[in-house]
Write a protein that binds this ligand. Structure first.
Ligand SMILES: [Zn+2]
Length: 151
């Protein structure tokens, strides 16, 4: 099985308004259509997510369609569901709360793409913990996530 290995993403220097440290965070350009960033719960790791060539995201969208979830709710919960299904990175689950300061973990109130620091490689999330399940079991997992995100 070939897994998408991630890609180089431009990082930018920003000052955290909580801990006042200068930190480097990846920011996607406006032209990065069909891609989003995930950040680990401890805020130290980032990953680049391809939403277009992504069989797990397709499965999430199909499950939402099958359960007749409205289009606006679908748009709201599909990415958080994909995030929940991701394998942990460095022992941490991913979160869609972005960006958070990699040093203190607080949600950054202000950030900009003024100060480029360079391209850094980001991995792609993996979904082996989900995909190794049977189709029936995957549907059960997806249903429980739909319930979690719509309650
Ligand atoms: Zn901070």
């Amino acid at each position: 099985m070939t897994m998408e290995a991630g890609r180089d993403i431009m990082h930018f220097r920003n000052t955290c308004s909580h801990c006042c440290n200068d930190v480097e965070i990846p920011i996607l350009s406006d032209f990065a259509y069909g891609e989003i960033l995930f950040q680990s719960a401890d805020a130290r790791s980032f990953a680049i997510v391809d939403l277009i060539n992504n069989s797990v995201f397709d499965e999430v969208l199909q499950a939402l369609e099958k359960r007749a979830i409205s289009e606006s709710v679908r748009a709201e919960i599909a990415q958080p569901m994909l995030c929940d299904l991701s394998d942990e990175i460095n022992g941490q689950p991913y979160s869609t709360i972005y960006p958070r300061c990699p040093l203190c973990g607080q949600k950054m109130s202000f950030w900009s793409d003024e100060h480029r620091v360079g391209m850094r490689h980001l991995p792609a999330p993996q979904w082996s913990g989900f995909t190794e399940n049977s189709p029936e079991r995957r549907m059960v997992i997806l249903d429980s996530l739909i319930a979690k995100h719509t309650s």
